[in-house]
Ligand binder design. Sequence first.
Ligand SMILES: Nc1ncnc2c1ncn2[C@@H]1O[C@H](COP(=O)(O)OP(=O)(O)O)[C@@H](O)[C@H]1O
Ligand SMILES: [Mg+2]
Length: 238
Amino acid sequence: MLEAREIRWKQDNKVILQDINFHLSPGECVGLIGPNGSGKSSLLKILAFLETPTSGQLYFQGQLIPKSIPLSIRRKIAIVFQESLLLNTRVFDNVAMGLKIRGLSKGEIRQKVDYWLEQFGVIHLSKQASRSLSGGEAQRVSLARAFAIEPDVLFLDEPFSALDAPTKEGLRIDLAKVFKSTQTTTVLVSHDFKDIAHLTNRALILLNGQVVAEGSPAELLRNPHKEEVNRFLGYFTT
Ligand SMILES: Nc1ncnc2c1ncn2[C@@H]1O[C@H](COP(=O)(O)OP(=O)(O)O)[C@@H](O)[C@H]1O
Ligand SMILES: [Mg+2]
């Protein structure tokens, strides 16, 4: 579905990512985990075609991606960030937006928006102004908006990080259910191993802009690593 080969990304003479090889198969949810500043968001932006790597190749559905991304490819992906970027309109319109752009009929839009608001437990907020939502509600609406377009690849960058623990826990459970029913191909960034353990089949650990380990969440905890990787993982096992 998505593949990155030998990605390197430099900004202001600083190497932010190097030697990155990544692949994502249909139906997989792959995690990117690492401490703050390790390059997770940078890699996500490159994989989601929001930044252009300094060198290396990206393949999407078997096609080499050119420097300027065709709109047809852009429309096949959806991204959710830590801070929900909702427009200052009603909840319904936020979720409907991507469907309108794609030319769906009014009836189809209503059916899909209602379905996804329901899946994320926020259908009762449909007519509410988006700016009046709590952090947890806003993030649920952002996820509904992303799933509504039925993306070929979904990118989630720390979608729960701004939420308090109980809110985060509830959303993680609901998202796991949606993943199970939709099998949406996803890249999930988190600095919290709990998210990775609950939601992904496989994860890559990033440190200083490089992939230092890869495996299922259980393998990552079980296998021996370099000292610095163990130190990072140690926070989640003690
Ligand atoms: N556009 C940019 N220009 C310069 N430096 C950047 C840019 N984006 C990220 N960085 C730097 O790259 C490193 C990795 O950042 P980031 O990918 O945001 O890490 P993470 O998401 O793991 O916390 C940081 O040192 C950050 O300051
Ligand atoms: Mg980040």
